[in-house]
Design a protein around this ligand. Structure first.
Ligand code: GDP
Length: 298
């Protein structure tokens, strides 16, 4: 819990903590509702979720005859919690190897997140292999190689400008030969106009299925928690291209916009699996709605 509390400090200070303070004292009156609405809107929840929560709260106040703002605070906590799904149990054990495609734009924290995931799986006694399939950016391959060395993990990396599909194919072959449990594939994330990132990702996705029928078994999107609504736009594009089935919210600790977790759930309908709470490989936590809501409110 402490880690969450610390990691969510910026979000708490920016908005939710003020909300909690607002509801900690007075009687409920018109200005309570106005302040509540203003603060919820500033909290990166999105307009729709804000209105839903306000409506729910108003109904509840009427139904249950609440008069103290403190009672409203408890109701708000429940409303927030209701809007966050507990991450599904990762069912990767039935595949050997389980192939996970990790996608996201450059700078989102993708490479660091792959290192964190590798460490997390290894702590569960899984054999992990990394695949550096962002061959366009030599720096991306280098960076993953540095992590592989530091964590003492095997890696399959393409030569500069090698075909990302071919590297993916080789990586999965190597994993089959070594009886690896988990393959983490780092993909390209550059967003510029004359190049079609989504087509490249679709191709990597297809090739993974050729190397091992059923692969990839998961596609996880890394989103930068500091970017707010922009990240939601990106997420939509990735979701259309490669059927994203889990989100990793990186840099939650350096973000004041943790409220976007609610918008991710309501707008995208993709579960948040993990959050990044720092820069080292151990700063990854399974998403815990209770700890999250407690961390932002108090
Ligand atoms: P990529 O370009 O998407 O692969 O991004 P990187 O993994 O290189 O990360 C970009 C920067 O964000 C680096 O300085 C990382 O240390 C930092 N970073 C990544 N994840 C987190 C996180 O959860 N918390 C914090 N504070 N920094 C992070």
């Amino acid at each position: 819990i402490n880690k969450w509390k610390q990691g969510l400090e910026r979000t708490r200070k920016a908005t939710f903590g003020r909300l909690a303070a607002l509801l900690g004292v007075s009687e409920i009156d018109d200005s309570t509702w106005e302040d509540l609405e203003a603060l919820l809107l500033q909290s990166d929840l999105g307009v729709e979720t804000t209105q839903e929560i306000l409506q729910s709260l108003r109904q509840r106040v009427q139904r249950e005859g609440l008069t103290k703002a403190g009672e409203l605070k408890q109701a708000l906590r429940e409303e927030l919690l209701k809007r966050l799904d507990t991450p599904p149990i990762l069912d990767l054990d039935s595949h050997q190897p389980a192939v996970i495609l990790v996608v996201g734009v450059n700078g989102s924290g993708k490479t660091t997140t792959i290192a964190k995931l590798a460490q997390w799986f290894r702590n569960q006694n899984k054999k992990v292999l990394l695949v550096a399939a962002d061959t366009f950016r030599a720096a991306a391959v280098d960076q993953l190689q540095v992590w592989a060395e530091r964590l003492n993990l095997p890696i399959v990396a393409g030569q500069p400008n090698a075909d990302p599909g071919a590297v993916t194919f080789d990586g999965i072959q190597a994993a089959l030969a070594r009886k690896t449990d988990i393959v983490l594939i780092d993909t390209a994330g550059r967003l510029h106009t004359r190049y079609n990132l989504m087509e490249e990702l679709k191709k990597v996705h297809r090739v993974a299925g050729k190397a091992l029928p059923g692969a990839p078994h998961a596609v996880w999107l890394v989103l930068d928690a500091t970017t707010g609504q922009n990240a939601l736009q990106q997420a939509r594009a990735f979701k259309e291209a490669v059927n994203v089935n889990g989100i990793i919210l990186a840099k939650l600790d350096s973000s004041a916009r943790g409220g976007m977790a609610f918008a991710i759930q309501s707008v995208l309908g993709i579960p948040i699996l993990f959050v990044g709470l720092g820069e080292t490989p151990s700063d990854l936590e399974i998403f815990d709605p209770e700890a999250f809501v407690q961390g932002i409110l108090e």
